[in-house]
Design a binder for this molecule. Structure first.
Ligand code: MRU
Length: 369
């Protein structure tokens, strides 16, 4: 992604070759600032406070957090402590645990002297692979958009609705749900994106709108509750969202409110696709509603809004009556039956155990072993 004419990934190494740089997503869209992480503790805090967020980027940051821990102290005790620290940051995105398990598998058998270099190289590999997976998701999703575009007047824009931010900012590059949109836009297919604002943290309004705007993709931000109305009036041709954890049976956890979009899409015959790289699949789970842990975040994210004041300063405002309690479940689960298809790096498949097993026979065997 290019920002102000410069190509960026969302995570990279500093000039010194060991510290880890990320974009501070809590400051977007009003300020483009980077944060430099020098310890596993700082990496954990960046994930917890959502300086970085989005399932694949959480995993990539945790991987580099392990590298920072191994640079500080490559002992067995330090390795295990860093796994616990980073693993406790956010509960829903399985990419975090996938990345930590992969780092542990790579490091545990090595001598302490070998661990730092191996950790940096494994974290870099996780990042490079994420870019390749997202690009492949984009290619497969582009096929779906092309299919909808064919048979329509060439000038008629395809209207795609998305929820939360499953774009470049949620991954290392490209995004998952937004990758097909970027490729379709670049291929000259006219499209327009309905961007759900995504209360309470407004990742749609702040992040998705920001990155679509940076790439020149036409889009309109809507209140979260507007999607159903637009679908009833034929204003949405397809929905594409991301996911933080998908079961081996195709149930999908994503940002709170995704389920309601899936219900509305189902009621109106609008195709509802979920884009995901395979590290987002939790092969050990079969019942998303019962088994996927749902993060409960601070009530303040509901009681307060953050925005740009007329004086140009970023400010927080209370919007809930003082004294009222607020609850903040951050994700919900959309059952597989409401999902038209899963867009993965290996292709598009029905959201079902059979569909996923057909694309990933190697993974299914591994989970059963
Ligand atoms: O709480 P967040 O901002 O980390 O939630 C992000 C999402 O729900 C995304 O849709 C999901 O991580 C998929 S990202 C490619």
């Amino acid at each position: 992604m290019r920002i102000h004419g410069q190509a960026y990934r969302t995570i990279w190494l500093a000039q010194d070759g060991w510290r880890v740089c990320v974009i501070d997503q809590t400051r977007l869209p009003f300020r483009f600032e980077t944060v430099t992480l020098s310890s596993a503790e700082a990496a954990a805090e960046a994930i917890r406070s959502m300086i970085v967020r989005g399932a694949p980027l959480i995993g990539a940051t945790a991987a580099y957090g392990m590298a920072l821990a191994m640079r500080a102290e490559p002992s067995d005790a330090s390795l295990e402590a860093a796994l616990v620290l980073l693993g406790a940051t956010r509960p829903t995105a399985v990419n975090l645990h996938w990345a930590l398990a992969r780092m542990r598998g790579r490091l545990v058998a090595l001598s302490p002297e070998e661990r730092m270099a191996a950790a940096y190289s494994e974290a870099a590999a996780i990042c490079d692979e994420d870019v390749a997976l997202c690009r492949a998701i984009g290619e497969h999703g582009l096929g779906l958009i092309r299919a909808i575009a064919s048979g329509r007047p060439a000038e008629r824009a395809i209207n795609i609705l998305t929820h939360c931010n499953a774009g470049w900012l949620a991954t290392v590059d490209w995004g998952t749900a937004l990758a097909p949109i970027y490729l379709a836009h670049d291929a000259g297919i006219p499209l327009h994106v309905w961007v759900d604002e995504t209360r309470p943290r407004n990742q749609g309004a702040a992040l998705t709108a920001y990155e679509l705007g940076a790439h020149g993709v036409p889009h309109t931000v809507i209140a979260d509750n507007a999607g159903g109305h637009l679908m009833q009036h034929g204003e949405v041709d397809m929905v594409i969202v991301g996911t933080d954890r998908t079961t081996a049976t195709g149930d999908v956890a994503n940002k709170i409110g995704t389920y309601l979009k899936a219900l509305a899409a189902h009621d109106n015959g609008v195709p509802f696709y979920v884009a995901l790289p395979s590290p987002t699949i939790d092969w050990g789970l079969s019942d998303g509603l019962r088994e996927i842990p749902i993060e409960e975040r601070a009530a303040r994210e509901v009681t307060h809004l953050t925005g740009l004041g007329e004086d140009g300063e970023v400010r927080s405002f209370r919007v809930v009556a003082p004294g009222s309690d607020a609850a903040n479940p951050a994700f919900d689960v959309t059952p597989a039956r409401l999902v038209t298809g899963l867009i993965t790096e290996r292709g598009v498949t029905p959201a079902s155990a059979e569909g996923l097993a057909r694309l990933f026979p190697d993974q299914v065997r591994g989970a059963a072993a």
